[in-house]
Design a protein around this ligand. Structure first.
Ligand code: F6P
Length: 317
């Protein structure tokens, strides 16, 4: 099952789960539309051929959804009855925070073994260095920012580019470093508008005639439009523009990194279930497979590397 926001590489993970399970002598079922499909019994047996030619495709062939009904006991009970009806006795749930919160409650209520795979572009899960889709999303941002840089240069403009990440700044930080952003604004640090405009002014006086500011959507400045408005009020001479990258960050063919990560974790998920793991997310930390209890994966935020933030600023001076 894939659930929550889709991310590039989910298909590679589905393929790995299906084929590893079949190789291990198991029957495999796909649940469509996440927990919604579990409640509505949208469950079908999958075969090796069901997952042919998908390793390179973005999105998820199982579709996905965010389910309000699964937050209620009656929804979960209905879902449990459907799983029993199909003789399903373990689940691989590919998703993020919401998916694992639901999985954790479901396991406690119905004693149901579940392994989670980190499928989200946000990279906001503890217990894995990277989530499936994060690398591709960063590459998408970098490609877009490079294009914006061309026009920013030609017109001598300042661009505020807003990127996804919910309340985490991982996409912003990594893509900002890669595209040489002048500033990166993330929720993990406070943005002081007066300080920010002072630095901008200083940069422009010294050498800059154009620039890129990567703004994480969860930044406390209120997002790219808000910060651009405040900068224009203070520095009316600056020709500023805003680009919200939005859902293009969630689509596209997964990078090689994401395909390998997803394939490895899909394989590990089945092996883990067969080896008695449950209630945990499979991840890779320092090249090692790690199983992290759902509660920890959700609640213990990975820290953003503040030194990388400082580095990005030094390198852009
Ligand atoms: O969690 C992935 C994500 O793309 C976030 O970065 C973003 O805040 C959110 O999902 C958007 O969700 P939706 O597609 O439901 O609007």
């Amino acid at each position: 099952m894939t659930s929550g926001g889709d991310s590039p590489g989910m298909n590679a993970a589905i393929r790995a789960v299906v084929r590893t399970a079949i190789f291990s002598g198991l029957d495999v079922f796909g649940i469509y539309r996440g927990y919604e499909g579990m409640i509505d019994n949208q469950i079908e047996q999958l075969y090796s051929s069901s997952v042919s030619n998908i390793v390179q495709r973005g999105g998820t062939v199982l579709k996905t959804a965010r389910s309000k009904r699964f937050m209620e006991y009656n929804g979960r009970l209905q879902a449990y009855n459907n799983l029993r009806e199909h003789n399903i006795d373990a689940l691989v749930a590919i998703g993020g925070n919401g998916t694992f919160t639901g999985a954790s409650i479901f396991d406690r209520e119905f004693d149901f073994p579940i392994i989670g795979l980190p499928g989200t572009i946000d990279n906001d899960l503890y217990g894995t260095d990277a989530t499936i889709g994060y690398d591709t999303a960063v590459n998408t941002v970098v490609e877009a920012a490079d294009k914006i840089r061309d026009t920013a240069n030609s017109h001598e403009r300042l661009f505020f580019i807003e990127v996804m990440g919910r309340d985490a700044g991982f996409i912003a930080l990594r893509s900002g470093i890669a595209c040489g952003a002048e500033f990166i604004l993330v929720p993990e640090t406070t943005t002081y508008i007066d300080n920010f405009t002072r630095l901008l002014k200083h940069d422009w006086r010294k050498s800059k005639t154009s620039g890129i500011v990567i703004v994480a959507e969860g930044d406390d400045s209120g997002g790219a439009y808000e910060i651009a408005k405040q900068v224009k009020e203070r520095l009316p001479e600056m020709d500023a523009r805003v680009t919200i990258l939005g859902h293009i960050q969630r689509g596209g063919s997964p990078s090689g990194f994401d395909r390998v990560l997803a394939s490895t974790l899909g394989y590990i998920a089945v092996k883990g279930l067969l080896g008695g793991h449950r209630g945990e997310m499979a991840g890779i930390v320092n090249k090692e497979v790690v199983f992290t209890p759902f509660e920890k994966a959700i609640k213990h935020h990975k820290d953003i590397n503040k030194e990388m933030l400082e580095m990005s600023r030094i390198l852009a001076l």
